[in-house]
Design a protein around this ligand. Structure first.
Ligand SMILES: Nc1ncnc2c1ncn2[C@@H]1O[C@H](COP(=O)(O)OP(=O)(O)O)[C@@H](O)[C@H]1O
Ligand SMILES: [Mg+2]
Length: 269
């Protein structure tokens, strides 16, 4: 008898989150199918980042469950998250500005090292070799993202587009099963947004991707499925075409600069 793998990698059910009495997520349920790209969209303040933070264990939900690979995720600590196979980028950059590109990327992979920090401190026989293996893996990811030449530069002086790639490299170096990207295209030029779409497309199906983004062309062309949040509630879900045609979605976006969701190209093209 063959084992049928669950086609759903991550499942959130009935998530409620409130901050000081304000309900920020209300009964949010969603599924991320293995090997696909799920986009989470919605106006500013809709709760998208809070949803990511809840999945990653930074925020404790008042109610609801999250399962990953069929197992319940109960508030993983940050270093456990990568061990589970989940990596994320933060809205903005979240890099160590004073460190080199390579050191920033290596920092994202520490858990993969057999000996880790403790081993390095004790200078165990493994530590050197692990360190070298990690640096080699980090360089490989930098090469894949086309920024290997910047490996030894300090992050602070680099163009924003390069730093965004460093943040992506740092998440990728742990070889996550699920990659969560919070506004990966924010602040990028039109050509950089196109390149990012190609990079993300190249990651699936080996890596499953969940992303928040405001660039509607990017989202509509890249994502297999979308979930739309508005005031903390899921107001629509489905393929990009289904979501684009949804009257409630169009209403939620009315007057918002991303009203292009109403039609491909749309008035903003
Ligand atoms: N740590 C926090 N404490 C209090 N309120 C918060 C906190 N984080 C987010 N919020 C509020 O929760 C709502 C959703 O925020 P957020 O998840 O950042 O939305 P989005 O990412 O969709 O723009 C907003 O009203 C925001 O002000
Ligand atoms: Mg946000």
């Amino acid at each position: 008898m063959s084992v049928v793998e669950d086609p759903v990698l991550l499942r959130a059910e009935g998530l409620n989150v409130s901050f000081g009495g304000l309900e920020v997520l209300r009964r949010v349920s969603l599924e991320v199918r293995a090997g696909s790209v799920l986009g989470v969209i919605g106006p500013n303040g809709a709760g998208k980042t809070t949803l990511f933070n809840t999945i990653c264990g930074f925020v404790r939900p008042d109610a609801g469950t999250i399962t990953f690979g069929g197992q319940e995720l109960s508030r993983p600590r940050p270093e456990q998250l990568t061990r589970h196979g989940i990596a994320r980028t933060l809205q903005g950059l979240g890099l160590f500005a004073g460190l080199t590109v390579l050191d920033n990327v290596v920092a994202g992979a520490t858990h993969r090292s057999r000996t880790g920090f403790v081993g390095a401190l004790l200078a165990s026989p493994w530590a050197d070799r692990d360190e070298r293996r990690l640096a080699a893996r980090a360089r490989e990811v930098l090469r894949e993202l086309g920024i290997e030449g910047d490996a030894n530069r300090i992050c602070a002086g680099l163009p924003y587009g390069v730093r965004k790639r460093v943040a992506l490299a740092r998440a990728l170096v742990s070889e996550p099963r699920l990659l969560m990207l919070d506004e990966p295209a924010a602040g990028l030029s039109a050509s950089e947004v196109g390149e990012l779409a190609d990079i993300v497309r190249g990651l699936v199906p080996d890596t499953t991707v969940m992303l928040v983004e405001h660039h509607m062309d990017f989202v509509m062309n890249l994502c297999d499925r979308l979930v739309v949040l508005d005031f903390g509630e899921v107001i629509a879900r489905g393929t990009p075409a289904q979501v684009r045609a949804d009257p409630q979605v169009q209403r939620a976006y009315l007057g918002d600069p991303v009203a292009a969701v109403a039609g491909e190209g749309g008035a903003n093209a």
